[in-house]
Design a binder for this molecule. Sequence first.
Ligand code: HEM
Length: 344
Amino acid sequence: MKLWEKNTCSQSTGSVHKYLRNLALHLVGREKLRANLLHEVDEAIRRHLHSWATRGAVNVHEGSSQMTFEFASKKIIGYDERKYGKKLRENYIAFREGMVSVPLYFPGTAFHACLQGRKNALKVIKDIYQERKASKIPGNDFLDRILEEVEKENAVLKDSVAVDLVFMLLFAAFETISQSITLITKYINDHPDVLAELTREHEEILSRREDKNSEITWEEYKSMTFTHMVINETVRLANIAPMTFRKVVKDIEINGYTIPAGWVIMIALPVVHFDPDKYENPFEFNPWRWQGKELHTGSRTFMAFGGGVRLCTGAEFAKLNLAIYVHYLVHQVQVVSNQRRRTL
Ligand code: HEM
């Protein structure tokens, strides 16, 4: 029993991997960020934070999960919870909760719930996919682009791979961003010095604007140096994807040990991020450690988004979401933690 199919982005190799990767970049690549996503994410985050502010108490993890799922599912397959209900997100949550569990497959186990969640989510996606394919009515979303590929003569992309790709992208997009939003909120709440510096940075941005209520521009986003340091530090400490896997294609010697071809190795990213030789006081949340450093997405010492040919396709999109969230969090919302009752 497998969690992922062989030909999705994470399992594919060579030219198929490259092809799927480029397709995913069509959704969240750099040009898309600047041309559409900056504006769309700005609108969505503002709307959700406004709605949070009208409620007595908000569970940030649940709120950000709703927010990011609504956004990503609409962008990818034109999903609307009001039309289809909450089933899809609930199935994804069941899938996520059993992903790292003992692989015992019978009713009542986390692994069983995980695979059932995956099966049910795939069914919803498949229905939407087939309905769209049959109707040929565009949805102005990523599914249009996928169907374009599927319907090409000698298409590389087949229906089953397309559905699995959609499943995988939606999972990657919503779970990771909502977890990072939750943790960045906690870290900011726990560190008044960080909040003060963020407030200074975002007030400076506002002071340069003619209309204080206008949305964030690309130049403003790029100017958020300290915010990007906070984002790097958050994902370094959070290790949202704590491990990645690689199949050894030929015998390789590392530190006197031979790892034979065919073995699967697990790369534990926290080992790098918590190494005191690479990060002084590694368990401390200290965004200033990034001062003056290149904020690359991936390097030998910073692997929150993986690295090499499999570097996360959505890393820049995730950072954009976090920066916009922080912008509105620090200047429009007053957060009171219900644990310590400290005002942000
Ligand atoms: C804080 C947010 C995120 C984190 C920490 C994260 C982390 C990672 C990591 C560590 C990998 C490498 C996996 C490997 O080496 O096998 C990866 C790959 C990937 N991520 Fe993300 N990710 C995030 C957000 C996103 C988003 C928002 C999307 C999509 C919209 C996305 C799509 C992907 C895809 C498609 C791959 C596979 C890339 C490939 O195999 O070429 N990720 N991510």
